[in-house]
Design a protein around this ligand. Structure first.
Ligand SMILES: [Zn+2]
Length: 173
């Protein structure tokens, strides 16, 4: 029996899709895709048809067209474009207070654009983590290199952070 990647409870098969399928980043997946749901924590997951480590190292490139590429969240009544990360930043800053001494981990940060926005707005220096080194050039544009983690976070950082951001991460688990 399969178990949940988040809480370890048994999962139920929701759907088994015949090949080919299309991923969330619009790439063709030439295999069946089975999707499971956890009744305990509501996580939804799938079997991976690829080796995840090499996939995230070499194939998965999200919003890499430019440093600031993002997706459109909404167009307001006054015609203003609101982008996804700006909306998420607004929500974070409504709920949390950050300053230059805040210890923040952006887990699965990709280009680190949300953290850069936090830095620009509050002076906080988030730590950046991702499974791949594909985004290091973006991180080097603004962040402290002592705040970079790729693949592994040292045990010495256990219980270190005031806040851990997991933005668009759980759909990869
Ligand atoms: Zn679960």
């Amino acid at each position: 029996m399969k178990s949940c990647n988040i809480c370890g409870s048994p999962v139920e098969l929701l759907v088994d899709l015949d090949s080919p399928n299309i991923s969330s980043i619009s790439t063709v997946i030439n295999s069946n895709t089975a999707i499971y749901h956890c009744q305990s924590c509501s996580h939804t997951q799938k079997d991976s048809p690829v080796c995840l480590e090499s996939y995230y190292d070499s194939e998965y490139k999200l919003w890499c067209e430019s440093e600031s590429s993002d997706s459109l969240y909404e167009i307001t009544d006054k015609g203003k474009c609101v982008y996804r990360l700006d909306r998420i930043l607004d929500i974070l800053l409504e709920k949390l207070v950050f300053n230059s001494s805040s210890s923040i981990l952006d887990y699965g940060c990709a280009k680190g654009l949300l953290s850069r926005k936090i830095f620009d707005k509050t002076g906080a220096h988030p730590y950046l983590y991702d499974l791949t080194d594909s985004y290091l050039d973006y991180w080097r544009l603004w962040a402290d290199k002592n705040h970079f983690f790729v693949k592994k976070i040292p045990q010495s950082f256990a219980n270190y952070f005031d806040c851990i951001i997991c933005n668009f991460v759980f759909e990869h688990v």
